[in-house]
Design a protein around this ligand. Structure first.
Ligand code: KG4
Ligand code: ZN
Length: 336
C-alpha cells in the first residue's frame, strides 16, 4: 500500500511517499528556517503563508521522486494535530482536496505518534510494545507504546518542552534559531560541569518533567553577566544546559523502563538528534541490556515519511477521516 503523506504542523512543509509503513520511496522537506531566523523563532502567520506557497510543489516533487502519479497512490495521510493551527490547516485542507478529487481515503495522523513511527522506518524490525521518549520543540513525553495505535502517557513536561527550553536558552546567549540544533553544534567542546543548573523535582509523579525553571536560571545567568559587563563562555553555559536537560530526560526514562519492565526503548522528535542525548541513551541501554532505537538524523525533525509510516498503521486499524476533518492545536496522543 502506497501512501502520500503530508506534514505542515510547524515550520517544515513536507511530503513523502511511503510503502507499507516502512519503505520510504520519497521524502521532501521544504524548511522555512531562513524566514523565521530574523525573528528568533517561528512566526505562526508567516509559517501558514509559506506552507500555502510550498505545499503544491512539495507534493509534486514527492510523487515525482517516488516515480509515481496519484493513480499509484492508495491513500493520503496528513498531520492534523497537535501543532500551529494555521499551519496544520494548510496541510489538512490540501490533503482533503487531494483525497476528494482523486477519490482516495484520507488518514488523519497525530504528530507525536508519527514521530514515534520514524523509528519503524529506521529500524525495520521494531514492533510495539516498547517505551518511547518523545522530545520535540513543543512536547516532552514518556509514552508506553502498547500497539501501533494505542498509547499510554507515563510522564510529560508540566511546562516547557526540552526543545523549547534549549531554543530559548540558546536565544538569550545570542545563538540563532533553531537554538537547540545550533547549541548542540556549537557547544560540543564546552565544559558541561562549568555551571550548576537547577534540576527540577516534580511532585506527584516520578516521570513528569519540567524545564521552565532551568530556562529561567539560564536567562538570569546571562542577564547577570550582561549587567556586570562581564563575558562568559557560551560553549560552557550551552554544554551545561544540554547536560542538565538530557540528564533529566535520561533519568526519567530510565526509571520508567525499570519500573514498568520495558526492555525496548525508542527515542523520537527533533531533540532525538541531540548528540549528548544519543550518547547518554546509548550508555543507559548498554548498561541495562535494553534494546535502543533512534531515528536516523534525517527522520528526527519534522518530515512526512514518518506520517506515511504511522498513517499506514492508522489505516490498518480502520482510522479514515471524512471530508469534515478539522485540525487541532492540541490533542492527547492517547486519543489521536
Ligand atoms: O520535532 P521537531 O522538528 O518539531 C516539533 O515538533 O517541535 O523539533 C524541533 C525541536 C527544536 O526545539 C529544535 O531546536 C530541536 O528540536 N532540535 C535539537 C536538535 N535538533 C533539533 N535540540 C537539541 N539538539 C539537536 N541536535
Ligand atoms: Zn515535530
Amino acid at each position: 500500500m502506497k501512501i502520500l503523506a503530508i506534514e505542515s504542523s510547524c515550520d517544515d512543509t513536507a511530503a513523502a511517499v511511503v510503502e507499507d509503513g516502512r519503505n520510504v520511496l520519497s521524502n521532501v522537506v521544504s524548511s522555512q528556517i531562513k524566514e523565521h531566523i530574523v525573528y528568533g523563532g517561528v512566526v505562526p502567520e508567516i509559517a501558514s503563508r509559506m506552507h500555502t506557497q510550498a505545499i503544491c510543489a512539495v507534493c509534486r516533487k514527492a510523487l515525482a521522486d517516488a516515480n509515481a502519479v496519484m493513480k499509484d497512490i492508495d491513500a493520503v495521510a496528513v498531520t492534523y494535530a497537535p501543532g500551529l493551527i494555521g499551519a496544520l490547516l494548510v496541510g489538512v485542507n490540501f490533503a482533503k482536496g487531494l483525497a476528494y478529487s482523486c477519490e482516495k481515503p484520507l488518514i488523519p495522523v497525530h504528530h507525536l505518534r508519527s514521530h514515534i513511527a520514524s523509528n519503524y522506518i529506521s529500524s525495520k524490525s521494531l514492533e510495539p510494545p516498547f517505551l518511547a521518549l518523545v522530545v520535540s520543540g513543543g512536547h516532552s513525553h514518556i509514552v508506553s507504546v502498547e500497539s501501533y495505535t494505542q498509547f499510554k502517557v507515563i510522564g510529560k513536561t508540566l511546562d516547557d518542552a526540552a526543545g523549547e527550553c534549549m531554543d530559548k536558552c540558546a536565544r538569550v546567549m545570542g545563538i540563532d534559531y533553531p537554538g537547540g540544533y545550533n547549541l548542540d553544534r556549537l557547544c560540543k567542546n564546552g565544559n558541561p560541569r562549568a555551571f550548576v543548573l537547577p534540576k527540577p523535582k516534580v511532585e506527584g509523579s516520578d516521570y513528569n518533567l519540567s524545564f521552565s525553571g532551568l530556562k529561567t536560571a539560564v536567562i538570569n545567568i546571562v542577564h547577570k553577566f550582561d549587567q556586570k559587563g562581564e563575558t562568559y563562555s557560551v560553549e560552557d553555559l550551552g554544554a551545561s544546559c544540554i547536560d542538565t536537560v538530557t540528564d533529566c530526560l535520561v533519568k526519567n526514562i530510565s526509571k520508567a523502563a525499570a519500573n514498568y519492565g520495558f526492555k525496548k526503548i525508542a527515542v523520537a522528535g527533533g531533540v532525538s538528534a541531540n548528540s549528548v542525548l544519543r550518547k547518554k541513551m546509548n550508555s543507559l541501554c548498554a548498561e541495562n541490556g535494553y534494546e535502543l532505537y533512534m531515528p536516523e538524523l534525517k527522520y528526527c525533525g519534522d518530515n512526512a515519511a514518518m506520517v506515511g509510516s504511522q498513517g499506514y498503521y492508522e489505516f490498518l486499524s480502520g482510522k479514515v477521516a471524512s471530508l469534515d476533518l478539522n485540525a487541532y492545536a492540541t490533542m492527547n496522543i492517547e486519543i489521536g
